[in-house]
Design a protein around this ligand. Structure first.
Ligand SMILES: [Zn+2]
Length: 210
């Protein structure tokens, strides 16, 4: 049932292997021919909700080209109504069956949230606060666990908790997506990109589907 989604995931991971080993496609992915081909329509094979961090561009880290990925980027890969709407749009309009929530190590938005939890900052702009407020519930609980003893461990766990929370919000925060998951083979997975190694680790939601 999730065959198309798993195939798409395999394609992404192969691309990431090429990227991480520096054997990625240098050209061809954005050729003029490809651009003209896409004038008649697009059929992206995966939807990626990723962080805006300049070091984590989805097309590059998965070594994909024009028309391959439907990408939504927002600081901290948070899920607000416009992100859900974007995923619904792509899943319904293009029949895309895989959604990847892509967090990453050393995420500034997650670190800012941890900082805010330890030292509340009244002066923060309302807009920035709206991002921190969406990350806060998933990481707050970690402060009471042994992870909190070490800042690096805490940050690492917080990135993953935030990815899991976003993936769950996509799975359960929309009737449209819930229906596509139950009846139409849509798969939502959570992954973390390592700035250090260049590799993506899919740690949430993929095993159950395979
Ligand atoms: Zn980030």
């Amino acid at each position: 049932m999730k065959a198309a989604a798993l195939e798409a995931l395999g394609r992404l991971m192969e691309g990431n292997t090429r990227f991480a080993s520096c054997t990625g496609s240098v050209d061809g992915l954005s050729s003029r021919t490809r651009r003209l081909e896409l004038l008649t329509g697009q059929q992206p094979f995966a939807i990626v909700l990723g962080c805006s961090d300049s070091r984590v561009p989805a097309e590059l880290v998965f070594d994909q080209g024009l028309g391959d990925l439907f990408v939504i980027r927002v600081a901290g890969n948070i899920v607000a109504p416009s992100q859900i709407g974007s995923v619904e749009f792509a899943a319904e309009r293009f029949g895309t069956r895989l959604v990847v929530v892509l967090g990453h190590s050393q995420c500034g938005a997650v670190l800012a949230t941890l900082e805010e939890l330890r030292r509340p900052n009244e002066g923060q702009s309302r807009n920035l606060r709206s991002i921190v407020d969406r990350i806060r519930p998933s990481v707050e609980g970690l402060l009471a666990t042994p992870f909190a003893r070490d800042l690096d461990t805490l940050a690492r766990e917080a990135v993953r908790a935030n990815v899991r929370a976003s993936a769950n919000q996509l799975r359960h925060g929309s009737e449209t997506l819930e229906r596509l998951i139950e009846q139409d083979g849509l798969l939502v997975v959570g992954a973390e990109y390592s700035l250090e190694s260049g590799t993506v680790d899919v740690f949430d939601g993929a095993l159950e589907a395979g």
